[in-house]
Design a protein around this ligand. Sequence first.
Ligand SMILES: [Zn+2]
Length: 208
Amino acid sequence: MVPVVWSVDTAKKLIALTFDDGPMPQWTPEVLTILAEERARATFFLIGENAQKNGGIIAGAREHEYANHTWAHVDLARLDYDEAYEALNKAHDAITQATGREPAVFRPPYGHLGGSSLRAAAEFGYATILWNLQMLESDYKSNPPGLVDYIAESSTPGTILLAHDTGPDDRLVAIRGLAEMIRRLKAQGFEFVTVSELLAEHSPAPRP
Ligand SMILES: [Zn+2]
């Protein structure tokens, strides 16, 4: 069985920062620059058609992981098996083409899962990656430093943090606070790893 993962049990202070829905001219390059300056690695859940159109944006950033977020950001829960398979398959090919590496994990748009999408994910050997913490941009629109505090204070070892590198302007609240979030978390001893690296760290829950 391929797992569905919200976070990873680990004693190590590891965190997987994830960005969904790119690559897009607005604001994938900014996010890549911040990650490079802060020496943090992340996982980008790419929309296949964006990877096909805008693959050049990510071509030079090989330190990150690139993962499958379907071809056109459909709600997989509404699709039958063949449609769900095709939504993953077209994206798998486009992402492989754009990055030179096959994606190893997948995230369903909106976090919506159905039996057919789990079965399709199993065909590719994908772990299905959700999240246990997310940027709450719209809640902190009038208080951006509050979002930095919230993320710095809510992250725990094994956290998978959901963010977006494109979308409505609200998303800038997180992107503008990103460097400070990374610095705060590093000061707490956190290391930024890719989702696949975090999955490899999985350790059984400590025995009492
Ligand atoms: Zn998405």
